[in-house]
Design a binder for this molecule. Structure first.
Ligand code: URA
Length: 260
């Protein structure tokens, strides 16, 4: 379940968007619910251990060492000169079973200091945008960047830096297997889609990433929205569009599940 209408209005107000949510509109569907907790072992159970079926590993457990190895590689990476000026690599944040992946550009000063993506002013706006469609980095969305190291003075990433760093994001995506990717900003969109098309032309369509053809939707970077608040309304259109894409594809998956 997403946030109730009143709460959503508050989020939109936090984005600086005047709200018009129709009365009685269904709340947005949040991303995948948390997996059901394994049944607690009953106290005093006497069933012999030998007969108890082996507990299946928790979903995603097999991938945990791969995630940890990848994270260690990123934190120790020296593939490009940005390692000389960064404080630390910024890997990614969020549950590793999230249906949603948000991809930004590169860490800024605050991210470089704290080691987490989108924790500065743009990050606060991103969090508000995501909450407006029922997403939260603590529960159901993974957030990462094209570059894992901060470019000095927040300049644009250079092609050779992107070439060195993109394989890390590609591996994160292969492990996460998100159902949908939201690319925020031109740098993320153009590099994920291998295009030079301007952001305005990439918005409002479902693109696809990689061999799994993961649906990918594009919107403005929150730092741009902070500088250009008049565009926030368009970003809200993009978010609703992405939410609809996600809802449709999860409904299709549920229907397919019924058929098999
Ligand atoms: N901008 C980005 O693109 N990523 C961050 O992590 C922070 C700001």
């Amino acid at each position: 379940m997403g946030p109730p209408a009143q709460q959503r209005r508050e989020y939109l107000e936090a984005l600086g968007i005047e709200t018009w949510v129709p009365r009685g509109a269904a709340p947005p569907t949040a991303a995948a619910p948390a997996p059901p907790a394994p049944p607690a072992a009953a106290a005093g159970t006497t069933a012999p251990a030998a007969r108890a079926p082996a507990a299946p590993p928790p979903p995603g457990a097999a991938a945990a060492p791969l995630w940890e190895a990848l994270r260690a590689e990123v934190l120790g990476c020296t593939r490009c000169p940005l390692h000389l000026t960064r404080t630390q690599g910024v890997f990614g944040v969020g549950p590793r079973r999230s249906d949603w992946l948000v991809v930004g550009e590169a860490p800024g000063a605050e991210e470089d200091r704290r080691g987490e993506p989108f924790v500065g002013a743009a990050g606060q706006l991103l969090d508000a945008m995501l909450r407006a469609i029922g997403l939260d980095r603590a529960t159901n969305v993974y957030i990462a960047n094209i570059l894992k190291s901060r470019p000095p003075n927040n300049r644009d990433p250079r092609p050779e830096e992107v070439a060195a760093c993109m394989p890390y994001l590609t591996r994160q995506i292969a492990l996460l297997k998100p159902k949908i990717i939201l690319a925020v900003g031109r740098i993320a969109a153009q590099n994920l889609l291998a295009t030079e098309a301007p952001l305005g032309r990439l918005r409002g369509a479902v693109h696809h990433f990689g061999e799994l053809k993961t649906p990918l939707v594009v919107t403005y970077h929150p730092a741009y929205l902070l500088r250009t608040p008049a565009e926030k309304r368009k970003a809200w259109e993009d978010l609703k569009f992405a939410r609809n894409v996600y809802q449709q594809l999860t409904q299709v998956a549920a229907t397919d599940g019924h058929r098999t």
